[in-house]
Write a protein that binds this ligand. Sequence first.
Ligand SMILES: [Zn+2]
Length: 285
Amino acid sequence: MPDMPLELIFGNYMAWKYDDSTWIISFMEGTEYIYLLEGDEYALLTDTGYGVNNLRAFAEKLTDKPILVANTHYHPDHSAGNGEWESVMLSEGWTLDAPAVEREGAGPYDLGKYPHPDYEKKIVHDGDVIDLGGRKITIWEAYDAHCNSSLFFIDESHKLALTGDEFEAAQTMMYDNSWNSDAPYHVDKRIDNMKANAERIKSVCGEDWKLLPNHNGTPLSTDYLDEYIELADAIYTGTATIEDKLNHRFVEMDPKAPELCRVRHKHCSIFIKKAEVLKIYGCRK
Ligand SMILES: [Zn+2]
């Protein structure tokens, strides 16, 4: 692990205003983001970070509106801080990804300190709308690609698509990271779902929309959606580039790292188990 105390990596936030009522909060040395969307009556916080029990106080300095909380998905760096709030909106798939949070060492950083360790898990579904007052956020359930529990948050009024960890500029992690031996992982299904997610988001986005992912650069051009669609096709036709070197400080610490590769097409790439992607690579030449 790095020399820096974990509190400083996970609990050291910086925020800036993206537009008149949208805040970007960054942590993990600037590589991970949480979003705060303000309406006239409520604000919506998407994700709760890695759990250092100091995000709520930080977010409440940014807005005077009551804060509703949701998880983009149930991975520890997005949900470990849930216990700071009384209630958190989650997808039904959270149970499949729960071992990623509950395994030893994953977080929360210190559950015992949380005011609401038994917070309410409010299950939301595809098509549900969160009305913040003058700003409506539509929830979509993602097809299982990066994980089993992703939600997209579609904000037509501000032309924003919050994509969680399903699409990012550096690389999207597409290996089995649920830590759940009972959760299904089929490489062809995951790649097909990645493409289907990109196509669905593309169906509502104009060129003036922005993607708000949760890692490694934000906001993103919607051009990435086209490139991820092409990447899925390039894997099947065997024209995507496979690189063994990951070039990622945190993922290289993962015990799964020696089995992973980067698969690249144009500006986008994924991390995936090499043995898995080779099962489908070039199968549609
Ligand atoms: Zn994730």
